[in-house]
Design a protein around this ligand. Sequence first.
Ligand SMILES: NC(=O)c1ccc[n+]([C@@H]2O[C@H](COP(=O)([O-])OP(=O)(O)OC[C@H]3O[C@@H](n4cnc5c(N)ncnc54)[C@H](O)[C@@H]3O)[C@@H](O)[C@H]2O)c1
Length: 330
Amino acid sequence: MSAHHVVVIGVGSIGERHTRCFQATGRATVSIVESKATLAAEISKRYGVTAHADLDAALAQKPTVAVIATPAPLHIPQAIKLVAAGVNVLIEKPLSTTIEGVETLRQLAAEKPVTIGVAYVLRSYPAFAAMRQAIQSGRFGTPRQLTMVTGQHFPTYRPAYREIYYANRAAGGGAIQDALTHMVNLGEWLVGPVTRLVTDADHQVLPGVEVEDTVHLVTRQGSVMGTYALNQFQAPNETYITVNCDPGTVRCEMHTNRLLTMTKPGEPWQEQAFGQAERDTAFINQANDFLNAVEGKSPVLCTLEEGIQTLKVNLAALESAEHRRWVEIK
Ligand SMILES: NC(=O)c1ccc[n+]([C@@H]2O[C@H](COP(=O)([O-])OP(=O)(O)OC[C@H]3O[C@@H](n4cnc5c(N)ncnc54)[C@H](O)[C@@H]3O)[C@@H](O)[C@H]2O)c1
């Protein structure tokens, strides 16, 4: 008997991955809810999992954990229903596309003895955890500047982008809510929450959609000045994250999975390599981390409050891009 009954809600691209990765922990029996009947049958057969007719039918089976992997506008309503029923929930990013329902979920979370996590998976990459630890150790001095430069060719990595939520901002689409949000959440984990920002964003290249595919975000994160440059059309799949402290520097190259550090001017880079991992690895880590949190063995990696904070940044970035001005995060 597995200790956990995990129901994955929505088994499109990421929900299928969660199905597979929670199974890979060896700690859970997995079942699914998927509104497209043919997809439900396909995933049920591929992974040998039960497909429930809907969320109510799943709840009748008393799951202990739910992974919400539907499009973003459904995350909060589904989380409210699940938390009210006493189910622990891991909610895909972004938490939502508006602030509506957030207060209700917050109140329920305070009343119910459940674990709630937001699935910002970059926190489950060992290289980023090591980067955070290096910054927080104080060995490199006080963090002063954060720079993220990231891009990938979306048509190669998500060929269906025109047909899914990505094409529509109200459904959680566009580069800010879909991709930049991962980087912002990571940046907040590394150096603290965004307190104000200004954004430039536009649709530059991706055929068949009108949402922004290129974003430049400038932030203040307490005493840290941040910049995030992201596009979804470049050929190289590369991500560089640098935190310049006074006097040292901590850098992570996601595409080479290396942590690079320098303690003072003139010294060589010190390199820590994490090896090339399968894409599922971080999601299996995330599944194990969440089950550990449910079991009370470790804190949840990205809390509801941290997910709400990053949601506010998403919304502020959209507002800033539209009105071409600085926005405070409240
Ligand atoms: N963490 C990551 O790296 C990552 C990657 C991709 C997507 N995501 C996020 O995950 C969410 C889903 O993205 P996706 O790419 O898998 O989208 P998708 O469109 O491929 O899958 C969503 C699935 O949810 C199903 N669905 C919709 N309403 C439902 C309902 N009421 N009940 C049950 N199923 C329902 C749809 O039929 C679809 O199959 C989004 O919020 C997205 O931002 C995260």
